[in-house]
Design a protein around this ligand. Sequence first.
Ligand code: SAM
Length: 254
Amino acid sequence: MGAPALLMGRDRKTSVIRLEPGAQFHTHRGTIAHDDLIGLRWGTRVSTHLGHPLMLLRPSTDDIVRNLERSTQIIYPKDAGYILMKLSIAPGCRVVEAGTGSGGLTLVLANAVRPTGRVTSYDIRSDRQELARSNLEEVGLADWVTFKNCDIADGIEECELNAMFLDLPNPWDYLFQAHSALAGGGFFGSILPTANQVINLVAALETADFGLVEVEELMLRPYQTASARSRPKDRLKPHTGYLVFARRLIPSGE
Ligand SMILES: C[S@@+](CC[C@H](N)C(=O)[O-])C[C@H]1O[C@@H](n2cnc3c(N)ncnc32)[C@H](O)[C@@H]1O
């Protein structure tokens, strides 16, 4: 499989493509042959057959996540980056997440734990996991992920985990499984779209031997750069989700 590349036009529209010999990149402003791009240095300016200028760049993790093919809502880069910090994800970590969804967070976790760590990703829907697997294969990150097409209600096979992240509607129902799978002091995180869900989760964490419970929300305010009016962009992304973090405590008597 060819290397992922980012093409950006003058309108700042971006596309992440795989550079394959013989293939063509099509835009509404003309086409360009991949053969004309392969071997060029990142940062080279190129143009379509109609003369429309494009920049050839190595895609960042943010570009790749934004351009993912999706079958579900994904965790956005602003939240994913902070989740890595809060769960202390680093090379060598063993992490479990549920559900896999489109693999948005899986990709970010795999990138952070390699080369010696492992992400295990559970989802009840095999169709979603197939898309997520293909998204990770596309960018060369599938080797650090084990996909399990299972309901976490039936248990989590891994143990002594560094961290666990739940992105599903009812995480409070799986705190027993999360507690059993995490190492003492291990990091727990979840993202929820509504405050009602947060209230349920916080109440359940407090009775399930988790401590240091935190609830946070991140607001990102991008600014226009390509105009004479330097000010926040007109269309800001509204609420994505509340982030809930906690640490696994050792139950008294264990
Ligand atoms: C919002 S999506 C996850 C999105 C993902 N974090 C991403 O960034 O692409 C929620 C997923 O949880 C899965 N799910 C729901 N309940 C589950 C359960 N009990 N066990 C495993 N997966 C579950 C759903 O099938 C769905 O694919």
